[in-house]
Design a protein around this ligand. Sequence first.
Ligand code: FE2
Ligand code: FE2
Length: 469
Amino acid sequence: MVKVLPASRDERADVRVENASRYLKHCYVVERQLMRTLAAKFVDTSQWDFKRQLAQDMWETSRHADALRTRILDLRYPRRDVDKKYIPEMLELVAECAKGSDPTEFIGGVYGVLLPELLRAYETYLDLTDPLDDAPTIYIVRHIIADKQTQIQRMRALVEAVNPGLFEHTTAWQDYLRQFCAAVGGISGLDDPAPKPTAHPLAGRPPYEIGRSVRRDERWRLALFHLPHENKYDVEGRKAWQRIEALDKRVAMQVWSAISHFNEIWAAEVVAASMWDFDSQPWDFYLDLARWAWDEARHSTMGYRALQGWGWDVPDLIPWGNALYNAMGPMPPIQRLALLYFYEDGLLRAGTKQIELKILESAQDDGSAQDMDFDWADEAIHVSFGYTWLRHLLGDSNAGKEELTRLTDEARDIVARFVAEHKDDPEAKLAPYFNRLYDIIAAMLQDIPDDQLDIQWAPVVADEEVLKA
Ligand SMILES: [Fe+2]
Ligand SMILES: [Fe+2]
């Protein structure tokens, strides 16, 4: 016999750092994979309202994964390395969720099953752990819970507005995923595992693969391009645009920046696809790209909001192109990223954003100016993301730099060839859009005092030589 004091208080014997970090790693692995899956499904979803919601939830998920990861590292790293030995059952669970056969089934599965399962895991964690000893985790988990609840409510409201019955129509898929969750012992891994639902009629689908081309929302007409600078062969489109330009450079900038922002969705798609295509990069790669992709989806939404703000029927009036992403379809992922970086870096270096902002301020269009101002801030971050991660992927040597130039030049050739191949397609013609728009714009114009703004702006850039000039 030995002598001890009675326990100072009653506690469960299993509330320990080791168990906490194991539990949180389950959640981290699910969040990390969910983030990558949401990124890929964002690319594969054409319905605009769902698409932009998936982008936001993808970014929030990256924040959740990051907070958990940081906390796991707090818990006596390196006893548990967050980014080694991803728990196979958790990867499998998210991989099953990705197999939703279309965006509606995917949404039904994630928002109807996976997120509620994550919430259950987080709530169980709060029940199990100690509010004093493990206070930093509690702070994080409470915030994640609040976000996830909002995500579910927001998506349910969207479903109600856009596709009522989505959850009811996908019950078989949800049922399958619920059984799959049970088979891995829940996300906590603490439940007794049920048998795998291998006999379920929806079991055994092939692994999900991201699409190499995108479609736009069915409410829009098919369009390859959105503004005349993309397609130098479209002479009629350029002329139709120049009529709008002739109204006033301020008017042209207001319209140009809104259409251009709205069409930045391709940049979001390129970055989001990279989050899926690259599967074993350092964590910060995903964190940065999640932000980058969501920013571009926000910029697209900025344009949409501005166009709607003028009371326009956006699907009827505004071209929403898919040429850029689709031209890049055959490229390896790194080449797509290299091309996007080339475009963004070029815009920033040319001081284009400052000029655009000045003209919008001169137009006294506070909404558009505000959008452009925040966009400019985001773009500066993107260029640093591109610089950092392309250097990481290609190496910091001269050979790496040369390879970046080679990839970029080749990518620009591929895009130029795509444009040439499609120049005569009916979807490549922009004149009908700008002619319709011209009458609407002309009828809305109002007078303001002339501030004598003396800035030359030449948005119709057909090729490199003009850009240089
Ligand atoms: Fe952007
Ligand atoms: Fe950007």
